[in-house]
Ligand binder design. Structure first.
Ligand code: SAM
Length: 350
């Protein structure tokens, strides 16, 4: 297995068979070796810095019905909310004071936020905080909408491809959602000029090692600036409520692999990882991740953006969220940095 890790570090590419063999044949020893190599690469480009992004979960209305997600349309028990432009700007004000220079606007696919409303929100943030990056994570929209948001001042877009395999995608999402359309959105975003982030859940129901190999091959093909992965965690009001959560062990292994595959990638140690283990986010950093995304959403709506059960940080103020993360990072020898943290991966060729 060690020879495959060396090959990955040197060539940034493996075949589907090699990816599958590496994932299926992993051992604690291979993992330890992988993490040493992943950290070496991460330190070369990003030293011991950890970038922070202020996450604003501005709506939990969603027209989609993804079988795994707690804010899916059919969940009648979800208490729905939307933030006004003023509330979103207030979150940015608080975040800016705390040192955040990237704001991530994330939400369900909510028709209330028409192109006009989104352009208005993005332009206001851009005008008020010209030194900040604006990241959107609002799902699938048309090429024209993405272009308008970009022109209004959005810089980055997060859209996990969720799973490459069309059959597996169908198991996780009802029609008319499709793997092909999701990926087309990513190519559109890239063509427009966004710094693009994609990713997938680890241990989602019915996921195989071959599925993960396909996901990694897709990452190589897309060459995104950011990759978000985290364990699948069941939500009690979804059809997948009985399925087991993905493991920290496999999530960490994949973080290490992704660091070697895309050395300069911005790789968050996610809230989901922090949810399945108290030291999950620290372990993620030690496996090669270099970003954390503390929550800036108002505390009274935090617990309503419940994608999965037991989500952490739903009761903390933004400042508490940030300072506890800072302490966690310092404890493992890393420091949170307030820079905008643009990707060093500037190869935007399609
Ligand atoms: N609606 C936007 C979209 O589709 O990209 C952004 C919000 S969506 C809720 C953000 C991400 O949450 C998804 O890409 C998915 O991978 C993750 N997610 C949803 N339910 C989850 C669960 N039960 N466990 C772990 N991650 C989950």
């Amino acid at each position: 297995m060690k020879h495959l890790i060396d090959k990955l570090e040197q060539t940034h590419s493996l075949t589907k068979e090699e990816w599958t063999a590496l994932i299926e044949g992993r051992t604690p020893e291979t993992a330890a070796y992988l993490f040493t190599r992943a950290r070496a690469v991460r330190h070369k480009y990003y030293h011991h810095d950890v970038y922070i992004r202020g996450l604003i979960e501005f709506t939990n209305y969603c027209k989609n019905d993804c079988y795994y997600c707690g804010i899916r349309r059919s969940n009648q028990n979800a208490r729905r909310y939307r933030l006004s432009k003023e509330q979103i700007l207030q979150c940015c004000d608080i975040g800016y004071e705390l040192g955040f220079r990237t704001f991530v606007l994330q939400g369900g696919e909510d028709g209330y936020y028409t192109d006009e409303r989104m352009v208005d929100i993005i332009s206001e943030i851009h005008g008020r905080f010209p030194d900040c990056a604006i990241t959107l994570s609002i799902g699938e929209r048309s090429y024209e909408s993405y272009r308008r948001f970009y022109e209004a001042g959005a810089d980055r877009y997060l859209l996990r491809h969720e799973t490459y395999d069309p059959q597996h995608y169908k198991i996780l999402h009802p029609e008319p959602l499709s793997a092909e359309h999701r990926r087309q959105c990513l190519w559109d975003l890239k063509e427009i000029g966004y710094q693009v982030g994609t990713g997938f859940m680890v241990g989602s129901p019915y996921q195989t090692a071959e599925n993960l190999a396909d996901d990694l091959l897709f990452l190589e093909e897309l060459n995104p600036q950011m990759v978000g992965i985290g364990p699948f965690i069941p939500h009690h009001d979804t059809p997948f409520k009985e399925h087991p959560a993905g493991t920290m062990e496999l999530t960490l292994f994949l973080l290490g692999l992704i660091r070697l595959l895309l050395p300069k990638v911005l790789l968050p140690s996610t809230t989901a990882l922090g949810t399945i283990a108290p030291d999950g986010r620290q372990q993620g950093i030690l496996a090669g991740a270099n970003v954390v995304m503390p929550n800036l959403s108002p505390t009274d709506v935090r617990k309503d953006y419940l994608l999965y059960d037991n989500k952490i940080c739903t009761g903390e103020e933004a400042a508490e969220c940030k300072s506890s993360l800072e302490q966690q990072m310092n404890a493992i020898g890393y420091q949170v940095t307030v820079a905008r943290g643009d990707s060093l991966n500037t190869n935007m060729e399609l």
